[in-house]
Design a protein around this ligand. Structure first.
Ligand code: ASP
Length: 481
């Protein structure tokens, strides 16, 4: 900031001369002169002493301004909540009656000698010193960058990071390779509607955003990777549902030469590792996680997502369960046709093509869901590598052989060059985090979520584009602006 009235000494102005020390680290600098920076969290005055709590990513630090240094004191009196400042001063012990054991820096304070105001702040549209549930979600999403300043939200993001880091470390240790797959791709039948992206260079053609990396991860098995994972975004144009997101994050896994049980075992060890390291206070209902067939789950609990917690009031209980042996197909009443219960790449439990075609409703699949406290938090399957079975499955789903060979040409070709048996799973990270963090909605664990009807209220998306852009994309809209 160039305005000299916002700082006490002219050499400042956004230029750092001393190393900025994090609030949490100031405890190590007793008696030393240091510089800190952050947001004004709160201001109190007692007599003629001004107490400012400075907030940075590590926590709070109490700063003291006294009238001894007049110009500094005068400037400090201008401070308001959420202004961004830097302060130089000396770390001293607080008088014994003033110690606050609840704050990590509660035994010390910074006696200021210099202050610079980087930027001022308007009054925020809502308070950020509460958990924030009482504030309208529209507002919270519109001003997400402010909403994320609240302690609960920044903690959620940090825990999310730690969970993903642990998953990465665990799988890397197990010999997995993290591989990115394209975002501009081809429609994959995962059961939802695709988001489409018009191609400028190939007029009239479209990319689809991936509903999951399913096809690529299978191609990576043909490529000999054997153990793949990716923290991947799955994009699905779902109809409005309060607790769904157009994009969700999956821990996408695929492995060659494995049994179903090996995949479930890996998933179990991975989640036990995450829970034990990051949520040690949680009680896991049953280890090993129960494996229950779909049939049994439906008979016993009337759902394929049973909540097996012993005490549903105990919010620190985690009941993981695998539901196995799903039917391969389900009858879609509305469309009057068969759909894949999971997706068409799933391996049926028979390779008798006649049976598959004659009575699809009876065919089970090597398919499993991963369920936590009554929520489906992931799903996966072994995959079909026999092209005759592959074709039969798609035929049941209503595809014509010839068009199938065209749409999935890469499968027909790739699988003719030596394909290992393979399978995988894709646990969703958002829902797991919401349950672990006791959040009712997955939006509470996502930095920039969309509303139930897929709008980003902060950037105002989806938005209009210009006529030139449309023209370039060879697109005419029928809807008037
Ligand atoms: N692609 C699947 C999904 O997104 C997961 C899998 O079968 O591995 O649900």
């Amino acid at each position: 900031m160039q305005n000299p009235r916002t700082r006490t000494k002219p050499r400042y102005g956004g230029i750092y001369i001393m190393k900025r020390i994090l609030n949490i680290e100031t405890v190590k600098y007793s008696g030393k002169e240091i510089e800190v920076a952050g947001w004004v969290n709160s201001i109190r005055s007692h007599g003629n002493i001004l107490f400012v709590d400075l907030r940075d990513r590590s926590g709070l630090l109490q700063i003291i301004f006294t009238p001894k240094e007049e110009s500094l004191y005068k400037l400090a009196q201008k401070l308001r909540p959420e202004w961004v400042i830097r302060v130089k001063g000396k770390i001293g012990r607080r008088p014994s009656g003033m110690v606050n054991p609840k704050v990590a820096t509660g035994g010390i304070e910074l006696q200021s000698t210099d202050l610079e105001i980087f930027s001022q702040a308007k009054t925020l549209p809502f308070p950020i010193d509460t958990p924030g549930y009482e504030i309208s979600e529209e507002k919270r999403l519109k001003y997400r960058y402010l909403d994320l300043r609240r302690e609960r939200m920044s903690k959620n993001l940090k825990v999310r990071h730690k969970v993903m880091q642990l998953m990465r470390d665990f799988l890397t240790e197990e010999g997995f390779v993290e591989i990115e797959t394209p975002i501009l791709t081809k429609s994959t039948p995962e059961g939802a509607r695709d988001f489409l992206v018009p191609s400028r260079l190939q007029p009239g053609k479209f990319y689809a955003l991936p509903q999951s990396p399913q096809q690529y991860k299978q191609m990576l098995q043909v490529a000999g990777i054997e153990k793949y994972f990716q923290i991947a975004r799955a994009l699905r144009d779902e109809d409005p549902r309060a607790d769904r997101q157009a994009e969700h994050t999956q821990l996408d896994i695929e492995m060659s030469f494995v049994s179903q049980e090996e995949i479930l075992d890996l998933t179990e060890r991975l989640y036990l590792n995450v829970v034990r390291k990051l949520f040690p206070q949680k009680r896991i209902t049953k280890i090993p996680f129960p494996r229950i067939t779909y049939k049994k789950a439906m008979e016993k609990y009337g759902t394929d997502k049973p909540d097996l917690r012993r005490n549903k009031k105990d919010s620190d209980e985690l009941a993981f369960v695998f539901i196995t042996d799903f039917p391969m197909f389900e009858w879609k009443k509305g469309d009057k046709k068969w759909g894949a219960m999971h997706h068409p790449f799933t391996l049926p439990q028979t390779d008798d093509i006649k049976k598959i075609k004659a009575d699809p409703g009876k065919i089970l699949a090597f398919q499993y869901d991963f369920v936590l406290n009554g929520y489906e938090i992931g799903g996966g399957s072994l995959r079909t590598t026999n092209l005759d079975v592959f074709t039969a499955v798609f035929e049941v789903l209503g595809h014509k052989k010839q068009e199938l060979k065209k749409q999935f040409r890469h499968y027909f070709e790739a699988f003719s060059y030596g394909v290992p048996p393979h399978g995988g799973i894709a646990p969703g990270i958002d829902r797991f985090l919401a349950v672990a963090l006791k959040e009712a909605n997955i939006r509470e664990v996502i930095a920039f979520p969309k509303t139930g009807d897929n709008r980003d209220l902060m950037l105002d998306v989806p938005s209009d584009i210009t006529d030139e852009q449309l023209k370039e994309l060879h697109i005419k809209t029928t809807k008037k602006k």
